[in-house]
Design a protein around this ligand. Structure first.
Ligand code: ADP
Ligand code: MG
Length: 497
């Protein structure tokens, strides 16, 4: 018996697992949503991405003396739209403040943000849990602020370049309550928020371009303990995968420290994707360090009831509402409804294809989630760029539904549509793919097949049932897959008994 040896590998693993379970991770996210306005939050300069450095930073963005910021109404509308969508309180009066710090990409020496009085307060977002069920995540606040510029470290040997095009780009910073309990939950929340801002058309959601990025606050505490542990903040995570990995790394690191009798230092950390680890960036600033004060150049933001009502009138059907409707209107499973409402474009595509399919709802859901998403994924295309339109896919499914072609032949037709050969009817016609439903014609083929395989027929009749599939295969082969499978089955049964 050596199972109790304390240095046994599996036992040690088990020990680590058990001690891990004593700890509860606590996570709160601060997500920066870049608002999709055409001009900046306090100036008329363009927000378009990818222009040559420093061609889109005007005197206001540069903070030159003698200029004054003017608030962009479109940014306010988007913030309010978001607040209404998460059932938050829209502040009738909110205030812009200066957050002072020194950094090369911040020419004014302060960032205009909202501090004590944000425009949106106290909302919530529901996430689906992997283990089933759902959970409400509290949204503490969402405030408007301006983005800073960018430091460029490549291309300049031993020097840094500064590109101020991004300075003054409007951001909505969405701060969650520390309600998340695992990296998976954090990702589910972030994805849900990503879906929502794209439904609302307030953000393009492009994570590579930094339009949607996240700071993750992580701490751990003993299970059952009420007070929160000391947290660290991991900055600027711009992919779902990195958020998950960085949080998991950080949870393990903190548990190791606490298990070893140490204490976690409150600090800001950076995630290094290449090494899959976080490391310290700077000790955490306190709000005091920023010397916040109301910006004397900007009036308080006062929102009248009718302004808020007008924004409310622009709210689209929200993801959760759409998902519920897909379940009761189309009879889809919760999972199908969730996948098909992941984006507004996908949901619209499904609905248009379903309409064109002539009532083949389930089949349409299958084709969209399977063949279509698979092909798009493989080609690295967005739904908007699909070479097969919703009408074309619906037209194909209609032909499966009315028995013109089998599901198997339909795959061929889909492939041809994808290659640009036209719509389903044209391809079926040109390639002669129409299903054979003429019983006499099918019977003739069956007779030929049975005549060609007397030995198998004998074995089948002697009780070798498995051979039935062989005969079906032969008939399908002889008809190039065009015989109606249900008819082939029925006629074969009749002939063989
Ligand atoms: P700051 O603005 O200094 O980063 P906040 O108190 O506004 O600090 O919190 C920012 C984020 O950190 C919020 O999402 C909040 O939920 C989260 N948070 C605060 N305390 C903790 C903690 N102990 N553990 C995990 N997350 C926390
Ligand atoms: Mg923070």
């Amino acid at each position: 018996m050596n199972v109790c040896r304390p240095d046994s590998m599996s036992l040690r693993k088990l020990w680590v697992k058990v001690t891990r379970m004593d700890w509860e991770p606590v996570i709160g996210l601060e997500i920066h949503v870049q608002l999709a306005t055409r001009s900046k939050i306090f100036s008329g300069a363009s927000t378009a991405y990818g222009a040559p450095p420093n061609t889109q930073a005007c005197a206001v963005d540069l903070g030159l003396p003698g200029v004054l910021p003017v608030l962009n109404e479109a940014a306010v509308r988007m913030a309010v739209k978001f607040g209404l969508a998460v059932q938050a309180r829209i502040a009738p009066r909110s205030v812009f403040a200066r957050k002072n710090y020194f950094y090369p990409d911040l020419p004014k020496g302060y960032q205009i943000s909202q501090y004590e009085l944000p425009v949106v307060e106290g909302g919530r977002l529901e996430i689906s849990l992997e283990e089933g069920g759902s959970k409400l995540i509290g949204i503490t606040r969402a405030h408007l602020e301006e983005d800073a510029g960018k430091s460029l470290h490549e291309d300049f040997h031993g020097l840094s370049g500064i590109d101020l095009n991004r300075a003054g780009t409007p951001l909505l910073e969405v701060v969650s309550e520390p309600d998340l309990r695992s990296a998976r939950e954090a990702v589910a929340y972030m994805k849900k928020l990503h879906t929502l801002v794209r439904y609302l058309e307030i953000c393009d959601g492009n994570m590579q371009e930094g339009s949607f990025r996240c700071d993750a606050n992580v701490s751990v505490r003993r299970r059952g303990q009420h007070e929160l542990g000391t947290r660290t903040e991991i900055k600027n995570l711009n992919s779902f995968r990195f958020v998950e990995r960085a949080i998991n790394y950080e949870i393990e690191r903190q548990i190791d420290i606490l298990e070893g009798g140490g204490s976690v230092v409150q600090e800001t950390r950076l995630y290094d994707a290449a090494r899959d680890e976080t490391r310290p960036m700077r000790s955490k600033e306190e709000a005091l360090d920023y010397r916040y004060f109301p910006d004397p150049d900007l009036l308080p933001l006062v929102l009248e009831e009718d302004f808020i009502a007008a924004v409310r009138a622009t709210l689209p059907e929200l993801p959760d509402e759409k998902r519920e409707r897909f379940i009761y209107e189309f009879g889809l499973s919760p999972y199908e409804a969730e996948v098909l409402t992941a984006s507004r474009e996908l949901a619209d595509y499904f609905e248009a294809a379903e309409r064109a399919s002539d009532g083949e709802t389930k089949l349409t859901a299958h084709w969209v989630m399977g063949d279509l998403l698979g092909a798009l994924n493989k080609a690295g295309l967005e739904i908007a760029d699909s070479p097969v339109t919703a009408e074309m896919l619906g037209g194909l499914i209609r032909r499966i539904g009315d028995n013109t072609i089998s599901g198997k032949i339909a795959k061929q037709v889909f492939e041809a549509m994808w290659q640009g050969e036209g719509d389903a009817d044209a391809i079926i016609e040109r390639r002669g793919l129409k299903q054979v439903t003429d019983s006499a014609a099918i019977e003739k083929v069956i007779d030929e097949v049975l005549a060609a395989h007397p030995a198998q027929v004998e074995q089948y009749r002697a009780g070798k049932d498995k051979l039935f599939g062989f005969f079906v295969g032969q008939v399908m082969k002889a008809t190039q897959g065009k015989a109606n499978p249900a008819q082939v089955n029925a006629l074969l049964k009749k002939k063989l008994t």
